[in-house]
Write a protein that binds this ligand. Structure first.
Ligand code: ZN
Length: 107
């Protein structure tokens, strides 16, 4: 390889590495896999970075209080916590009264 060709290769490597770092940072801000986006952007360069920028953020994991369970309203899709043995609940958003299926742990 000539000097200019190897210089170009090193420059591309640096650019793709920086794209990987930027994509990892963006993915971390959006609760997505930083390592996965780093590798993706390292191999695909600016296209990987664009993918990280355009990706929809993931929901942050939320701790469920003791004695409660998480359900999603069947009418409006709102997340909510209800008592672990509650047979039904009233949605905080749409006020719909929803019956919930019994689970094995509620016996
Ligand atoms: Zn609802």
């Amino acid at each position: 390889m000539s000097d200019s060709a190897s210089g170009m290769f090193v420059l591309l490597l640096v650019v793709f590495f920086v794209c990987g770092l930027a994509a990892a940072h963006v993915a971390g801000q959006k609760n997505l896999s930083s390592g996965g986006y780093f590798l993706f952007a390292f191999f695909f360069g600016p296209f990987g970075l664009a993918t990280a920028l355009l990706a929809a953020p993931a929901k942050a994991p939320v701790a469920i209080p003791d004695g409660m369970r998480a359900v999603v309203c069947t009418r409006c899709n709102a997340d909510q916590n209800i008592g672990i043995n509650a047979p039904r609940y009233s949605c905080w958003r749409c006020k719909e009264s929803v019956a919930v299926a019994r689970t094995a742990s509620s016996t």
